[in-house]
Design a protein around this ligand. Sequence first.
Ligand code: NAD
Ligand code: AHE
Ligand code: ZN
Length: 370
Amino acid sequence: MRTRAAVALEAGKPLEIMEVNLEGPKAGEVLVEIKATGICHTDEFTRSGADPEGLFPAILGHEGAGVVLEVGEGVTSLKPGDHVIPLYTPECRQCEYCLNPKTNLCQAIRTTQGQGVMPDGTSRFSMLDGTPILHYMGCSTFANHTVLPEIALAKINPDAPFDKVCYIGCGVTTGIGAVINTAKVEIGSRAIVFGLGGIGLNVVQGLRLAGADQIVGVDLNNDKQAMAEHFGMTDFVNPSEVDGDLVAHLVELTKGGADYTFDATGNVNVMRTALEAAHKGWGESIVIGVAPAGAEISTRPFQLVTGRVWRGTAFGGASGRTDVPKIVDWYMDGKIEIDPMITHTLTLDEINKGFDLMHAGESIRAVVVF
Ligand code: NAD
Ligand code: AHE
Ligand code: ZN
């Protein structure tokens, strides 16, 4: 079939909207009509050329929601008409990783996914002249139709609005999951969230759900303050307005350091600040942000010797086929809020504007609706 997609032809270039060829689903695969997709900073990270795994030409996008149109041979858990969210972290429920409750990092298809191809080593997308186009994060949601492995699809409540719950495909689950699954924040905790964008605001919302007493938000952009307060932030710090050492300021504000800190910026200097602002003896710092090729984190080992813990999280530690439908239900039941964070709705033709809004710090999430 043919479908319309935003194609990243080269690193650093705007996406190009074009008709592309899409082959039907092979064994174990599913054809999905994408109804809506969010634009996450990780899409920009790859589009810009900062991703060491970035490959081109590719169809980016990993925060989608849609409807199953066709299933390949052997697919048993999904049927045409089912509403689904694509999963960049699949859940095969069989690999060594899925069988270990300590991780959500299913490895069943990680190698081919990182190479931009389906598990059989080939791409389903191509240009009209036949040139192959690569998949991205196993999802490629910047296309009106896409093909995914069955294990990379979560079946969701059919009443859920696509243009809102697409955000559960990455940002919502990553932020809330970092608090609940990775940090396992206890009631009464003090926490600091660095970066109040599409991920950080969901960390803030997760902290409120978990019953944190103090939720400090740190961002260079004062315009993020009001929205973060809406989601539960108790104190706001703009590092550019702090006299003297930022770590000392945050440690004083949290009366000795935070029980939990979260980096949602992807800046390795911020990651260091986040670790060092965690409480001596027990503070845990969770790295969520994705850093550019070649970037490294550092701190004095003494920070760890004296009890601080540095950890990371992918997709909020969520096992997608199990957890994503539950998070959709939390949204439908009003336990979590999504709508205010979707600040812009765009057509596919306007997708590059979504990246401009992100750079200008004007959007939280821009969502493309097909
Ligand atoms: P975003 O652009 O919406 O938000 C980033 C925020 O950080 C902005 O509000 C910006 O003003 C702020 N910021 C930037 N530099 C800062 C600094 N030095 N100090 C304080 N604040 C600063 O991006 P997003 O979509 O929220 O993504 C955030 C990060 O999380 C990105 O690196 C993204 O790639 C990563 N991410 C990781 C996962 C995961 O599974 N680990 C999932 C999704 C996104
Ligand atoms: N390709 C990058 C790493 C990118 C990365 O860390 N991706 C996160 C998801 S970000 C979603 O917005 C992730 O889940 N990683 C685990 C995985 O297996 O990809 C690089 O640095 O090479
Ligand atoms: Zn993302």
